[in-house]
Design a protein around this ligand. Sequence first.
Ligand code: ZN
Length: 258
Amino acid sequence: MADFEKARKIINEADAILITAGNGFASLDGFDMLDEASFKIQYPDLVEKYNFKTIGDALDKRLSNWDEQWSIWRRFIDNYSINYQASSMMQNLKTLLKGKEYFIATSYYIHAFENAGFDSKKIFNIFGDWTTMACSSGINHGLKSDLQIYGVPKCEICNSEMEIHMPLTAHFYPDTDANTRLRIFITNNESRKVAVLGLGVDELSPQLLEPITHLVSQFESWHYISADLCITDLPQDVAKRSIAAESNSESLLEGLIS
Ligand SMILES: [Zn+2]
């Protein structure tokens, strides 16, 4: 059971808050990329024609026909990003961060934090964001928004087809600008009081867990608050400066703002 009072104190006293949000957060926000039952109901034609089982599965299996490929991506982007509705959990996170210095590092790739009103300059989508696209040539020709694109977009530099910016191929280039902004945030806050919140981050999101707990262990004025883990899941030197709610992001955020 989480010690909310202690966690609230850490947040209130923090100079800055670093949010890490993994797939567990995404599914509680209403986007479960592994949900077979809803996929079957929502995309019976994709199940029948391509044998896709989930959104994750559909993203993994690339089609050779770009028109078909983009029409499927377009449907996903429209359904989940253009028509995005922030959950009450997401609203609670906004309330929590109001007036605070923050940064968000996330594997949630549907542009949800941006759509929910967080500052896009304070977000690093570590696994990309399907509302942006990159050149499929394998050369880094930059990132562009695909929100206004219909049909098959082409690279302005080499005329290759563009693809959604996600690590679905061997040539995924992370968003270096956002990565740099995260590094600056970390450097600027090394010796300040930082509360790190792990939301939907567990052993299945090692990219958001290990490097981050390493930072907490390195910087003595940093604290870690995990929504999902129990205290014994954390390295010992991190555990003594941590709160582990052993629950989920929804109940942690509710407890933190109440
Ligand atoms: Zn190109």
